[in-house]
Design a binder for this molecule. Structure first.
Ligand SMILES: Cc1cc2nc3c(=O)[nH]c(=O)nc-3n(C[C@H](O)[C@H](O)[C@H](O)COP(=O)(O)OP(=O)(O)OC[C@H]3O[C@@H](n4cnc5c(N)ncnc54)[C@H](O)[C@@H]3O)c2cc1C
Ligand SMILES: *[C@@H]1O[C@H](CO)[C@@H](O)[C@H](O)[C@H]1NC(C)=O
Length: 384
């Protein structure tokens, strides 16, 4: 190892909401840090990889970063552009200046020097080195796109995109578009496509809870007063009253409740923004799991044997993490899939000054708590 590295106390990797909350919390305690970000902007997921009509799914009190509430003038459900304005203001208020276009590709604890050694790829193929006593992984649950392997996909004649590349339904009018994945992104993008005149179908492979924005936020606030099982029972009941039995449209409800699934598997219930009505009116078709693409064509084969032609396939199939590719010796903190080894609320702290923020699959609220816990812990260690 060379010694030609920029030295600091804390190295934060990732300038999304979690990294920004961490930076602000460190700043408040006057702890020096460096924040590294592979893109050229903060919160790249919301800046560059989200569709135009996106609003935060949860009410604003659940989505604030550390130490700064949303402006009182903001509506309950914050739009993408308002969220970005808030984040810009946040970064300038706490004097956060990430080192952009620094893609961390290696990090290891140096036992001799008792420091983390971090290498980042920068523009023009160079590598920049950093050394710090503490390392905070804030690279997000959604750091890398995930598209499942589908037989014949590479030969599909139409367009293939991931939900992160989708902005709006403009340009898809009268096109036949297949959305794969019925999470929040898939359901909302299907609605947007259909609103723009695309002939839209959506693959709903596994059972899914559909709730309204209102009932989920109501449920979350009730959690403080009544047990989780009861909240889940109530949410399922509300869902039945609001949407009826959707199984005749190809949408099944899971046996377990929405909050339990959210907390245990990190899977959000789908918050209906109008898609259900379109499905009931037959304006959006529900299809079973994908089987393959007919070689060299634009015909898609489904699990139950039916075939349909499409002009485009949009994969709203989620994300994977890549920490295992660059973080050495982090096994006590993160598993192979990049999620914490320890259950919440003990998920954020590893060994040798290693931490993670925003990986507990509990949304922005817990990410802000992680950030404050980490900053306080570091403060206590260095004050000793
Ligand atoms: C469409 C969409 C809507 C969402 N809506 C909500 C919502 O309403 N409420 C909610 O709580 N959550 C929501 N989420 C979940 C959301 O991902 C998180 O809440 C939030 O983005 C987490 O912030 P983060 O900082 O942990 O991760 P991210 O926002 O993903 O930020 C991580 C940053 O790290 C950078 N990075 C990654 N790897 C490296 C590397 N090797 N080197 C340097 N930099 C790196 C990335 O470029 C990125 O900027 C939504 C997600 C999506 C995709
Ligand atoms: C396959 O599933 C679709 C959508 O659920 C349905 O319309 C079609 O009838 C099914 N075909 C067969 C052969 O079961």
């Amino acid at each position: 190892m060379t010694t030609d590295a920029k030295e600091t106390v804390v190295i934060v990797v990732g300038a999304g909401p979690s990294g920004l909350s961490t930076a602000a919390s460190l700043h408040k305690l006057s702890i020096p840090y460096i924040i590294l970000e592979r893109e050229d902007c903060i919160a790249s997921l919301f800046n560059k990889k989200a569709y135009d009509r996106l609003h935060l799914h949860l009410a604003k009190q659940f989505c604030q970063l550390a130490h700064m509430p949303f402006p009182a003038t903001y509506p309950t459900y914050v739009s993408r552009s308002d969220f970005l304005k808030y984040l810009d203001h946040y970064a300038s208020h706490f004097k956060i200046n990430p080192k952009f276009r620094n893609t961390v590709q290696f990090a290891k604890y140096d036992e001799d020097r008792k420091k983390w050694w971090v290498e980042a790829a920068v523009e023009d193929g160079g590598v920049r080195c950093y050394a710090g006593r503490f390392l905070v992984v804030a690279t997000g649950e959604n750091s890398d796109v995930f598209i499942p392997e589908v037989d014949g996909l590479s030969e599909f004649k139409g367009e293939v995109i991931h939900s992160t590349e989708y902005k709006s339904g403009k340009g898809y009018e009268n096109k036949k578009v297949l959305v794969v994945g019925a999470g929040n992104s898939g359901m909302e993008i299907a609605l947007d496509l259909s609103n723009h005149g695309a002939k839209t179908a959506i693959v709903v492979r596994s059972p899914v809870h559909i709730s309204s924005r209102w009932s989920i936020n109501f449920g979350l606030s009730l959690l403080r007063f009544i047990p989780l099982d009861w909240v889940d029972l109530l949410l399922v009941l509300l869902g039945k009253v609001m949407y009826g039995d959707l199984s005749k449209y190809g949408i099944q409800r899971p046996k377990e409740g929405p909050i339990l699934i959210k907390i245990r598997d990190g899977k959000y219930p789908v918050i209906n923004v109008g898609t259900v009505k379109k499905i009931k009116y037959g304006e959006i078709q529900v299809l079973p799991a994908l089987k393959s693409i007919k070689h060299g064509g634009n015909e898609v084969v489904f699990e139950n044997g039916t075939c349909h032609q499409f002009d485009a396939i949009l994969f709203a199939t989620g994300f994977k993490r890549s920490t295992h590719l660059w973080l050495r010796g982090g096994d006590c903190l993160l598993n192979k899939d990049g999620f914490p080894q320890q259950m919440y609320p003990n998920h954020w702290k590893g060994e040798n000054g290693l931490y993670c923020a925003g990986l507990a699959r509990r949304g922005l609220h817990t990410a802000a708590m992680d950030a404050q816990n980490i900053a306080h812990h570091i403060f206590n260690v260095i004050s000793k």
